[in-house]
Design a protein around this ligand. Structure first.
Ligand code: AN0
Ligand code: CP
Length: 317
């Protein structure tokens, strides 16, 4: 594997999941693989899980980690080509990315969408320019349009908890007071399309995700209808993709609670976290037996570790 910035970078999901399961059984089995290698984790946005689980994964492989909140601690970066840099940006990506590449063997980046400039977000500007100007492999820690490490952890979690060969998985939109990226649902949809699952998306009308991504996936506007006989409920808010970046619905009827979960086949409740209690999902569900959000977050270690392993193995070829 030469980079991991999208679920599309996965060539063989089954093989990757198998490798992740083996890593989980013995996380230190390959503790020499990354010896004397460094991963740089660059954050333009907040994080708890991604920041800690990726460090943990790299350390399990014997790597050193450098972590930087580039937006608050670094120079403001310019990404546009050919501009006269007499404004707020002090340094261009054309210097920053090759410089970081001299210090790190792998660069991992978190950069959320603007949710204002759709074209810029869809071009995945920040991560694409790191890929272009860095001389080392790049991993996305959540970009403008995808969160591929999260989706891999989710796939692993579904594999572990499924009770039938082809479980029914429902991605349900839920309300949120802030405008959030479509990255998590986009990567989740791409991942579910690669898995043997009965997959359905439910959201209010007008909250359609990028049709290129959801092509071929069933969309049900009636949440209760969608939840019937489900084995997994994956709740997530995203801001409007059509009325780009806007919050056009805050209907608390979409908050996942007992009423909806009772329609399922004793479904497991999943969420990438951080989650707002009693907005996305009720306390009762999150504190109850159906919630698997904590083991799901644990799998972020093994999702990151399997990806870093694949990239480090590439170095030896
Ligand atoms: C982010 C999002 O929705 O993409 C990160 C989730 C992993 N969530 C928030 O900003 C609350
Ligand atoms: N799920 C996830 O990526 O969490 P953080 O934003 O805390 O990293």
């Amino acid at each position: 594997m030469k980079k991991y910035t999208s679920v599309d970078d996965i060539s063989n999901l089954n093989e990757l999941l198998q490798a992740a399961k083996e890593i989980k059984l013995n996380p230190l089995a390959n503790k020499q693989l990354g010896k004397d290698k460094t991963i740089g984790l660059i954050f333009f946005n907040s994080s708890l899980r991604t920041r800690l689980s990726t460090q943990k994964a790299a350390q399990n492989l014997g790597m050193r980690c450098m972590v930087m909140n580039l937006n608050t601690e670094g120079w403001t970066l310019e990404f546009e080509d050919g501009v006269i840099m007499n404004g707020s940006a002090s340094e261009h990506i054309k210097e920053a990315a090759p410089v970081i590449s001299q210090y790190c063997d792998i660069i991992a980046i978190r950069s959320f969408p603007t949710l204002k400039n759709k074209e810029k977000d869809e071009a995945e500007t920040v991560i694409s320019l790191f890929v272009k100007y860095a001389s080392v492999p790049v991993i996305s820690l959540e970009g403008a349009t995808e969160h591929p490490l999260q989706a891999l952890a989710d796939a692993l979690t579904i594999e572990e908890y499924k009770k039938s060969d082809r479980p029914k998985v429902v991605l349900s939109w839920a309300p949120h007071p802030k405008a959030l990226p479509q990255s998590v649902p986009n990567s989740f949809v791409k991942m579910m399309k690669k898995m043997d699952v009965d997959f359905i998306i439910t959201h209010p009308e007008g909250y359609e995700l990028n049709p290129k991504i959801t092509e071929g996936v069933k969309i049900e506007y009636n949440q209760e209808e969608a939840f019937k006989n489900a084995d997994f409920i994956y709740a997530k808010n995203w801001s409007n993709y059509i009325d780009y970046g806007k919050i056009t619905n805050q209907d608390s009827n979409w908050t996942v609670g007992k009423k909806q979960m009772n329609l399922t086949r004793n479904a497991k409740f999943m969420h990438c976290l951080p989650v707002r209690r009693n907005v996305i999902v009720t306390d009762e569900i999150l504190d109850g037996d159906s919630s698997i959000v904590i083991p799901e977050a644990n799998n972020r270690i093994y999702s990151a570790q399997v990806i870093i392993t694949k990239i480090l193995e590439e170095f030896k070829k």
